[in-house]
Design a binder for this molecule. Structure first.
Ligand SMILES: Nc1ncnc2c1ncn2[C@@H]1O[C@H](COP(=O)(O)OP(=O)(O)OP(=O)(O)O)[C@@H](O)[C@H]1O
Ligand SMILES: [Mg+2]
Length: 285
């Protein structure tokens, strides 16, 4: 498959995110995972070979595995004749009315959860035991919702605030499904030498009720840690850490435009994504 920075498809255009391009197809949505990569909030000029395919296939893998927990938007991963160029990196999904809430579940304390705990001793407003460290496993997986910000970073909110914004019944349902999904994936991944530190889901309303939409349990929406690194106290993300480490010493000031990446970094990053796919699914791509 040729690396792709931008999908150019002859269909009504809906949305371009950092990584995925969305079009409308017969009343449904066509979500194409390109090979774009972002770090420190900038998108890089070079595509990462196979990355889009890895992300798309990982979402597919999880959508199929978790259907019994909650219905999801997947209709098909088989492209019609005129869309064969995106076969493998695209899926056709049911359009939903997205609940504008990032449904984050954390099993381990890190990132913005760690920041809140350090400053206030709480997580999503709930008091936690003292003495936890960056990377500590939480007493139980915790739902820490955020609102989808138009630009920049999401804003963490308490469950109560989420209930006031989106309705208690909706939030209760999403919270229980998000935690069930996290638990299922976390326990599965432990047997694959990976730790799922946290992950983010989106849900949408349809005439069939509330379903899982967007992407599922990809390295873009989740923190995956290598078990053998975690045991040594290292919390590197398995996909982008290599790129981030390179950028930290490259002299780039982290302001856009993002610089061209050297061939070696592109190839190593591509290998990381393929490795992630293999570890998660137990299959070669
Ligand atoms: N089944 C669906 N029905 C309607 N909208 C959906 C569905 N699945 C995903 N979406 C929406 O499509 C958009 C996909 O955008 P995408 O994730 O590519 O970019 P983004 O969220 O704008 O930015 P980022 O790249 O930071 O995630 C999101 O707004 C998501 O909520
Ligand atoms: Mg998104």
């Amino acid at each position: 498959m040729e690396p792709m920075s931008k999908a150019e498809i002859d269909l009504p255009f809906v949305h371009r995110g950092k990584v995925r391009d969305t079009y409308e197809l017969d009343g449904n949505l066509l979500i194409i995972s390109t090979d774009r990569i972002s770090a420190f909030d900038s998108i890089f000029p070079n595509p990462i070979p196979r990355k889009g395919e890895v992300l798309n296939r990982l979402s597919l893998f999880w959508f199929k595995k978790t259907r019994d927990i909650v219905k999801n938007h997947l209709i098909s991963d088989q492209m019609p004749e005129n869309l064969k160029s995106v076969q493998g990196r695209a899926m056709i999904v049911k359009k939903a009315q997205v609940v504008p809430m990032e449904s984050v579940v954390r099993g381990y304390l890190t990132g913005s959860g760690w920041k809140e705990y350090k400053e206030q001793g709480t997580l999503a407003g709930i008091k936690l035991p003292e003495g936890l460290k960056n990377g500590s496993r939480l007493p139980e997986p915790t739902f820490t919702p955020a609102t989808k910000a138009e630009s920049g970073h999401d804003i963490n909110i308490s469950v109560e605030e989420a209930e006031n914004m989106f309705g208690k019944e909706t939030v209760d349902f999403i919270k229980s499904k998000a935690i069930a999904l996290y638990n299922f994936a976390h326990d599965y991944l432990l047997t694959h030498n990976l730790i799922l530190a946290d992950t983010k889901f989106e849900f949408g309303k349809t005439e069939d009720g509330i379903i899982l939409v967007d992407e599922a349990l990809t390295p873009d929406s989740s923190r995956y840690w290598l078990m053998n690194q975690y045991e040594k106290g290292i919390l590197d993300s398995m996909d982008k850490q290599f790129l981030r480490n390179y950028l930290e010493q490259s002299g780039w000031n982290k302001e856009p435009p993002a610089p061209q990446l050297p061939e070696e970094i592109i190839n190593k990053t591509s290998e990381r994504y393929l490795k992630a796919y293999e570890m998660i699914t137990g299959e070669k791509l």
